[in-house]
Design a protein around this ligand. Structure first.
Ligand SMILES: [Zn+2]
Ligand SMILES: [Zn+2]
Length: 416
């Protein structure tokens, strides 16, 4: 049986591509609808595209010119997977599929009454409100979106009716501002010592934070940036803190969530001390927080592969930064080993981190109540529903299962 802590299943689902998974979890109770084909909310969901490399952002802070392939992919839909694999995916032309209306969609089981808010990064293609249905389609209790193209400085404003529909649909599907993360543009580098480039970054930040607020949201997650090698870490942290202080003045309510980074080079944020340094200089501490990305933490050198290792890493976080600042998590396995300083996301259990870590995370009361979203890779956007539904269900299944880990993870704890 489906072994969540105290799950109440509020809806049931079935779709052609997912029946197998449902069967394997044995949690499918009566199906309310059966559709013979894969569910989707939009006709042309673009495939995942890797984000701009940190180095590129660090070095020039310019708009990255996408190549022809990349141009064919809608930028706002990309899953923020990793920063090392730019242009390693090809857009695939697929035949148009009939767009299903909300009434025609069937949603996977969604766990309620759990302290854990688990979900994934979802597409906003064809209207930012589509993110909500995309979240339902993966059984998410939390989700993350981009509020504009993450690769362009300029972006059209979101129409008022679209904003209102987003807010209404959130209510309808019972997602609150505490469950939703906005992920900032990769172009923004608030640690850039070049005044012009800093200023452009700040304008980008301000625009995105305003968009976040207009959608009734409050958690704005962003990459702290890079010194580009032109200034010290201390100066970089100060610069980021000043930007946060300014945006707090310019926009009410939104909480700036600083994402931990894989570190290395001139990147800020690959060390708890950097996060602490920034937060120390933020005046309104109630409006700043941290997002711990498991792949980034691990790549930065924080071992989390066993329950004990996770505990130690969190204790260190608590002592260095403070638990009250933990506002979100990104749940990703890592394609590269501990301390690699490479940002290469992998599907849960398939990388160097493995399931023991994710089991420890979902069973740690310190991660209660914060959005925890997947940014794991998918071959193409169409595959996301199946992959994310499975990963989310597995994470919920692990709750309170203690030491019983999937067989395939046994080795992970012993890896050096
Ligand atoms: Zn990443
Ligand atoms: Zn990120």
């Amino acid at each position: 049986m489906f072994m969540c802590a105290s799950p109440t299943i509020i809806s049931f689902w079935s779709s052609g591509g997912l029946n197998g998974i449902a069967a394997s979890f044995h949690f499918l109770l009566p199906e309310i609808k059966v559709t013979p084909r894969k569910q989707k909310t939009t006709n042309k969901q673009p495939q995942e595209e890797a984000p701009v490399s940190e180095k590129r952002i660090a070095s020039d802070n310019k708009t990255v010119k996408p190549n022809k392939r990349a141009k064919a992919v809608k930028k706002r839909d990309a899953t923020p997977t990793d920063t090392d694999t730019l242009n390693d995916t090809k857009p695939v032309k697929r035949p148009r599929k009939k767009k299903l209306s909300e009434q025609e969609m069937t949603f996977p089981s969604r766990v309620v009454d759990s302290a854990k808010k688990i979900g994934g990064h979802v597409s906003t293609a064809k209207g930012i409100y589509n993110a909500i249905l995309n979240a339902r389609l993966i059984g998410a209790n939390a989700f993350q979106i981009f509020v504009r193209s993450q690769r362009k400085w300029e972006s059209k404003p979101t129409p008022k009716d679209v904003q209102e529909r987003f807010i209404q649909d959130c209510k309808k599907h019972r997602y609150t501002a505490d469950d939703i993360l906005v992920h900032g543009s990769y172009l923004i580098n608030l640690a850039n010592p070049d005044p012009e480039k800093y200023s452009k970054s700040y304008e980008g930040l301000l625009d995105e934070v305003k968009r976040t607020e207009a959608l009734g949201l409050k958690l704005y997650n962003f990459h702290p940036g890079s010194t580009t090698g032109q200034s010290s870490v201390e100066e970089g942290c100060l610069s980021i803190a000043q930007a946060i202080n300014q945006v707090h003045k310019d926009v009410p309510n939104v909480i700036c969530v600083i994402e931990i980074m894989a570190g290395g080079g001139n990147t800020i944020g690959g060390d708890y001390k950097h996060l602490k340094n920034i937060i120390d200089q933020v005046k309104n501490k109630s409006r700043v927080g941290v997002c711990l990305d498991t792949c980034h933490m691990f790549a930065a050198g924080y071992d989390i592969r066993t329950a004990d290792a996770w505990k130690d890493a969190m204790n260190e976080f608590e002592q260095t930064v403070g638990l009250k600042y933990l506002r979100a998590m990104h749940l990703n396995d890592s394609k590269t080993d501990l301390g690699s300083h490479r940002d290469r996301h992998e599907n849960l259990g398939k990388g160097f981190i493995k399931w023991d870590a994710f089991s420890a995370i979902v069973n740690d009361p310190r991660t209660d109540g914060i959005p925890m979203v997947l940014e794991t890779p998918v071959p193409k956007e169409d595959d996301k529903q199946e992959i994310y539904t499975t990963e989310i269900a597995e994470l919920y299944r692990l709750i309170k299962k203690g030491k019983k880990q999937p067989v395939s993870t046994k080795k992970s704890a012993k890896k050096a």
